[in-house]
Structure formats: C-alpha cells, structure tokens
Design a binder for this molecule. Sequence first.
Ligand code: PAF
Length: 283
Amino acid sequence: MIVLRTRSAVLAWRAGLRGPLGFVPTMGFFHDGHLSLMREARRRAGPDGTVAISIFVNPTQFGPNEDLDAYPRDEAGDLEKAAGVGVDVAFCPTDPRELYAGSRTWVEVEGLDQHLCGRARPGHFRGVCTVVAKLWGLIRPDVAIFGEKDYQQLAILRRMHADLCLGGEVVGMPIARETDGLAMSSRNANLTEHSRQDALAIPGFMDEVRRRFAAGERRSAALIAGARVALRPGRVDYVELVDAADLEPVETIERPALCAVAVFFPSRGGGEVRLIDNAVLNP
Ligand code: PAF
C-alpha cells in the first residue's frame, strides 16, 4: 500500500491514475464499521480500480471543549487493517497545515445543521464539510463511502456534494454493530468497562422505539417517551425525532423519519465519551 503524507504527493499520484477510484475518508482507529466501508469501496472500484482512504483527525470539526487530544489513534494498526481489505493508497497527513495552511475558505451547508449534532456541536459540520471538500478536490473519487451512523453528516455531505457539483457519487452504508447491539465507533475504545455495559442502554432504547413504531405508534412524543429514564446510566445530550430528509422535528410520522440520540458516558481518561445512534422509521 502506498502512504502519502503531503498534498503535493496526492496531486502527483492522482495525476497518474487511470480507472475507477473509490474513497473512504476517515479519522482512523479502525473497527469493522470502517472496514465494511473500505470493502464496499473495493467492490465498487472493481478489480482494476483503486481504493484510497484518508486518515486525518480533523481539528476543525472539534469544539474547544471536545475530545480532539483524547481521540484514539493507531496509524500503524490502521494501515495494516486497511491493506487487509484491499486498500491501495492511504493519505495520512502528519501535519494539519498540509490541509489548512493559508486557508480562508469554509464550507457550510445551511439549515441541515440546525438540529441534532449540529445544534449540540456548533461549527462541527462546518469543519466536516470543509475537510471533505478539500479531500474531494485532492482525491477526485468516483465514489466516496460514508457510514449511516453519522446520519446527519451524511445528509449534509450529500447536499454539499450536489450543491458544489463535486462529481462522482456519495454512498451511505448501514450502521455496523457489535454483537450486543452497540453501534461501532472509534470512541467506544475510550469507555470504561462499566460504561461500556451501561452504553447498551442506547441500542436497548432504539429497539424499544422500533417496537413501538412497528406496533403502530406514530406520535413522536409517545415514541420517545421515557427516553431519559431508559438512557439514564448516561447523560443525554439529545433524543429527537426528525424528518429523514430535511431533519426538521416532526410531531407525527407520516413520511420516513429519523430517531437520533447522543448520550455521554464516563471515559477512561476521567472525562466523557459522546456516543450517537439512530434508527430510520419508515411508515
Ligand atoms: O466521519 C468521520 O470520520 C469524519 O467526520 C470525516 C468524514 C472523515 C471528516 O473528518
């Protein structure tokens, strides 16, 4: 596998590339969820195509009180895992200046960032959109793959991709879960043994919402009633029911909707880990 460290190295590599190119942008510390995105990129690029990833813990998407320094990192392990699922090229800038030196341009998608994680983490999606737009310009993929665990991120990036005529295609992949139901996340590694158990309250609550919905309940308030008690081992950031397309809150579900949660649990380092999960409810 080729590892590229600089913007100019990426441009030189890209200029010489022919054939389909699949891309998975990441912040590293890979779990099976990441690897499933890479396998999908491999499948879509085909045997003669190329699969590229990026590993970059993007500072501009972290708020001043967020876990940028605590974000888990293991580049050597990541590169080995990526090679194992057929990744050909990894862009791993060692210095954020490689992407941000002299930068004065920010990408913001209006409206879709007003709820859920956007409200809880002001500026987060501006950082995500800006770095993904930069990576898209450098890598110029035919297809880029993102996970549906970050549903709002995917919705915002789809909008950005269409609005900026970036070319290629954005593809979403279903949430990968541990055998006990917890959504896979690099942040799970920072949970204490105890909070890892407590975090199972999240998939338990999502199952209950799905059960109520399957039983015919369509009122949002009734679907998420008791959420704070059900999720109590953690500190609830938000529990919301929104329209699956525009992410506006809904009172009664008549079109596909999204139940999304973010909950904090104690971390090994003494702070907190913020976990997210979601379920699409399709009437
Ligand atoms: O989902 C992530 O890992 C990040 O938000 C992304 C898309 C790689 C941008 O830094």
